[in-house]
Structure formats: structure tokens, C-alpha cells
Design a protein around this ligand. Structure first.
Ligand code: PLP
Length: 392
């Protein structure tokens, strides 16, 4: 596709990629090496919450890079303190540990829960997780995930992650035993195809975990940082977690993740947890710039309004072509297709200058920048409509 002579030979192949080579991005738009523009409704799998290279992030990174990039996690630094304070101020939790990816934050959550179980629950270590869950690609987070395709991969996995169906409180009740230390869940299973945990289920989980004296761990890596129209998805139902993990949007595109927890369960001792890049000043500055922008008056309300608009337009398109019901929240939406045409639609859309994502072969997912403009939504609908027309 790209006319420019690039060779991909030196790159380890870990996924099938189209041959486009991107060189530039601004807001909702990307440009490839041939100068062709693409409207981006993937946004790095939902990480560029303010679009590509937003001014505030560019300036915050440049300012911080001039001042201090990394002074080692063995020392406090100014932006690390500032970002931790911001997360604490805007969430229900009191302590924060920084990491570099969602998987690493979840790995930290698992370790914290297991340490807590060892200290306060007679060695309990099992964490109940959901069928189809996605918690990352380290061995422990793959073990916690409920992705059917991974069942036989990299065996033996880490033990201690019994699975239950999403939205089934009876199954959770039945799975709790003396080895159980917590329940881990995504408020919306994004990678599984935007499967929504109901408010009743999440409130029920809060009840059960409180009654049993175990931990509720929310993986808000995809749903957090404004994606659903609230800063954190738990704000929709009040089922406040004991531990929450954040990544994707928190860095606005740069590698940054966080593990936040209730103060009284924080039991890491020196040496238990860490990492060379964790809490480095540069990424912390990015996180501060992002969270300050997301919490400006009216920002999250505008995400909710844009989400409602995108939903309405998707519902109209879906009805026109006989697709499934639109599901999700805010600007994390999806619908099912009657056949496994997702990859073909994604390919045709790319050819027409639109980036879309099919997390399953029969599902299209939409996760644009949180500041996507109505005209950009209209453009996406027009291109997708053309693709559907040609393919119907
Ligand atoms: N948890 C959830 C809910 C995710 O959606 C993802 C990534 O898609 C992860 C964890 C893993 O994050 P990362 O890819 O940054 O390791």
C-alpha cells in the first residue's frame, strides 16, 4: 500500500499489520509515509485520549524533558508526587504505585492482593476473574484473563484464577472459598468485544466482597480516564473498588500506568515491588497534563454528550444494515455484525482512510479521541456507510 520503500524484515512479527507506515498524527487524524490521511477511531487502542500529539501533552513533555527525565525510582520526584495526589484527589483511593503498562499495573494488583491475603487472610491467594476477561500479556495477567484462544498457550500458567461468567453473581458466590482473596473485573470487557458488566453485577460484587472480607479489584485500564463519560467507570454505579488499575488514557499516548489502592490494604514492604522506569518524571508530567485536562469543568460532560451522539449515529447505521444493538458506554462503543466480516470491513475502511477496530471477527469497536468533533463522527459514519454499502 505504501509506495515508499520500507522493509519490515527486522521487526519480529507478532501480529498481522497492514503495510501502511504512519509518520505523523494530529488530533483525530494520522498521515502515512505517502501523505495519505486517515481518520483514527482506534487511537492506539484507546490510549490517545486527547487525540494525536495534543498541544498540552507536547508542551508538558518538552518542559519536563528540559528539566528532569528520570532520577530513579529510589528517590521521590516532583511530578510523581503531583500525579499521585491528582489520582487520589479524583478517585476513592488513597495510595498510588506507578507502572509502565496495563499488564504491569495488573501484575502489581495481583501481587498486592496476594500479599494482603498472606498477611490478613490466612494465605488466601485466589482471585476470581471473568470468562473472556483481558488483563494483559504477562504470564500472570494472561492466566487471570479469560480469553479462550490463550487457554493452551504458554502452559503451565499461573494457578489461582478461577473463572466465572460475567454478570453472574450466583457463580461468584459459589466460587468464593477460604482460598479467595478477591474478585477482579473490567467494568466493560473491551478486548472481548465491549461486553458491559451491569451496574447490578458490579454493585452485587461490592456487596459480596464486603460481606466476605475480600478485595474488589477493578481493571479500569480501558474504561478509566474519562472513556465512559466519567473519570472512572465505577462512578456510574458507586461500586468503589479496593484496588483499581489504570493505563491507556492516563498517559495520553505515552507508556504510563497506575495501581491505586485503599490505604489500609497497602502492605508492600521495601523490595516487594518496583521497576526501573516506574514513576519517572517525564511520564508523570504527561499524566498530570492529561488528568488536568480531563478534569477541567465541562470536559467529561462533553465526552458523555459526544458519546450519546456517536451512539445515535451508530444505531442509525446499524439499523440500516441489519447489524446488532449498539453497546458500551461513553466513547467505548461496539456492535455485532451478522457475519464474520469485521476484518474485511476494517481493511476496506483503511483503504478509504478510516481506522477501525474489530476485536472479534463479528464485532466493530469504536474508541475515538475523547475530544473527537461531531464532523469527524459524521465523516466516520459516511466512510463506514460506503464500506457497508459496497459489502452488502
Ligand atoms: N486490561 C485491560 C482491560 C485492557 O484493555 C488492556 C489492554 O488492552 C490491558 C489490561 C493490558 O494493558 P497493556 O497492553 O498496556 O499491558
Amino acid at each position: 500500500m505504501t509506495g515508499t520503500p520500507y522493509s519490515f524484515a527486522s521487526l519480529m512479527e507478532i501480529t498481522k499489520r497492514p503495510s501502511v507506515v504512519f509518520v505523523e498524527g494530529h488530533g483525530s487524524w494520522l498521515k502515512d509515509a505517502d501523505g495519505k490521511e486517515y481518520l483514527d477511531f482506534v487511537q492506539g487502542w484507546g490510549v490517545n485520549c486527547l487525540g494525536h500529539s495534543p498541544r498540552i501533552l507536547v508542551e508538558a513533555l518538552a518542559r519536563q524533558a528540559e528539566k528532569l527525565i528520570n532520577c530513579s525510582p529510589a528517590y521521590y520526584n516532583e511530578t510523581m508526587i503531583k500525579l499521585a495526589d491528582l489520582i487520589v484527589k479524583h478517585s476513592c483511593l488513597q495510595k498510588v504505585f506507578f507502572a509502565n503498562s496495563g499488564a504491569e499495573a495488573n501484575e502489581g494488583a495481583i501481587k498486592l492482593a496476594r500479599k494482603w491475603g498472606q498477611k490478613y487472610r490466612q494465605g488466601a491467594y485466589e482471585i476470581i476473574t471473568m470468562d473472556h476477561a483481558f488483563h494483559g500479556r504477562t504470564i500472570a495477567t494472561m492466566s487471570a484473563s479469560g480469553k479462550a484462544e490463550w487457554r493452551q498457550l504458554y502452559e503451565p500458567k499461573v494457578a489461582g484464577f478461577p473463572k466465572v461468567p460475567l454478570n453472574d453473581l450466583d457463580a461468584v458466590q459459589a466460587a468464593v472459598n477460604e482460598r479467595t482473596v478477591g474478585v477482579m473485573v473490567e467494568p466493560i470487557q473491551g478486548e472481548a468485544g465491549v461486553l458491559v458488566a451491569t451496574d447490578e453485577f458490579l454493585k452485587g460484587l461490592r456487596e459480596i466482597t464486603r460481606q466476605k472480607g475480600i478485595l474488589l479489584i477493578l481493571d479500569e485500564i480501558q474504561t478509566g480516564m474519562g472513556r465512559t463519560g466519567k473519570l472512572f467507570a465505577y462512578e456510574h454505579n458507586g461500586a468503589e473498588p479496593d484496588i483499581m488499575t489504570l493505563a491507556k488514557g492516563i498517559g495520553g499516548g505515552v507508556p504510563l500506568a497506575a495501581l491505586a489502592a485503599r490505604e489500609d490494604i497497602c502492605c508492600f514492604e521495601p523490595g516487594d515491588q518496583g521497576g526501573t522506569f516506574n514513576g519517572n518524571s517525564l511520564m508523570m508530567a504527561a499524566g498530570c497534563a492529561v488528568i488536568e485536562e480531563l478534569t477541567k469543568p465541562g470536559f467529561l460532560e462533553s465526552v458523555a454528550a459526544t458519546g450519546a451522539y456517536l451512539r445515535r449515529r451508530l444505531e442509525e447505521l446499524s439499523k440500516q444494515y441489519g447489524f446488532g444493538k449498539v453497546r458500551g458506554r461513553g466513547l467505548l462503543l461496539a456492535f455485532d455484525l451478522p457475519k464474520e466480516t469485521g476484518p474485511k470491513i476494517v481493511e476496506e475502511a483503511l483503504n478509504r482512510g478510516l481506522l477501525l477496530n474489530a476485536p472479534r471477527k463479528n464485532t466493530l469497536r469504536f474508541m475515538p479521541a475523547l475530544n473527537v468533533a461531531p464532523e469527524e463522527i459524521e465523516r466516520m459514519i459516511a466512510i463506514l456507510g460506503d464500506v457497508c454499502q459496497v459489502m452488502s
